[in-house]
Design a protein around this ligand. Structure first.
Ligand code: FE
Length: 164
């Protein structure tokens, strides 16, 4: 029996191998004004997702809490958190510990930043007083993708290739 025949019998799901930065602009899902994400893996089993975040404006993006770990890698541009004195620049690796609250800012002199994030669990959005004003998890991300890909003409099921 070949490996290809054995693997489905073990319940293994297919791999994903794609160009992270897509050739088709419609693959970027609008998140807010001048902010997009590009889904790479939407993991409904462990609860989390991998994506690229692309920002083409400066200033505060969001204040948020991570209930679980986040890691990231800056592909282009730079950004920082108001709560820390380091700057994540092109080529930087970032680890965000569970429980941390921080405020994402893109500096004035950055026209575009693109960062790969592996987000476990959820993003909890907070106002300045620390009150929750929203959240995202893998299921809200899937819904955003479905709506956008349907409206953009790629078809709602375009997102399915990234869901595991
Ligand atoms: Fe964060």
């Amino acid at each position: 029996m070949t490996a290809a025949a054995i693997l489905p019998s073990l319940g293994l799901v297919p791999e994903i191998a794609v160009a992270a930065i897509p050739g088709d602009e419609r693959v970027w899902v609008p998140q807010a004004a001048d902010v997009w994400f590009r889904p790479l893996l939407l993991n409904t089993v462990s609860g989390g997702w991998c994506n690229l975040l692309r920002v083409r404006r400066s200033g505060v993006l969001s204040r948020h809490r991570h209930p679980m770990v986040v890691v990231g890698y800056v592909i282009k541009g730079k950004w920082r958190y108001l709560e820390h004195d380091w700057i994540a620049e092109e080529g930087s690796f970032v680890y965000e510990p569970p429980g941390e609250v921080h405020t994402l800012v893109v500096p004035e002199d950055c026209r575009e930043m693109i960062t790969f994030f592996n987000i476990s669990g959820a993003m909890i959005y907070l106002d300045q007083a620390g009150q929750q004003i929203g959240y995202e998890d893998v299921f809200t991300k899937i819904e955003m993708c479905r709506r956008h890909y349907r409206d953009a003409g790629l078809g709602a099921d375009y997102v399915d290739q990234f869901i595991r």
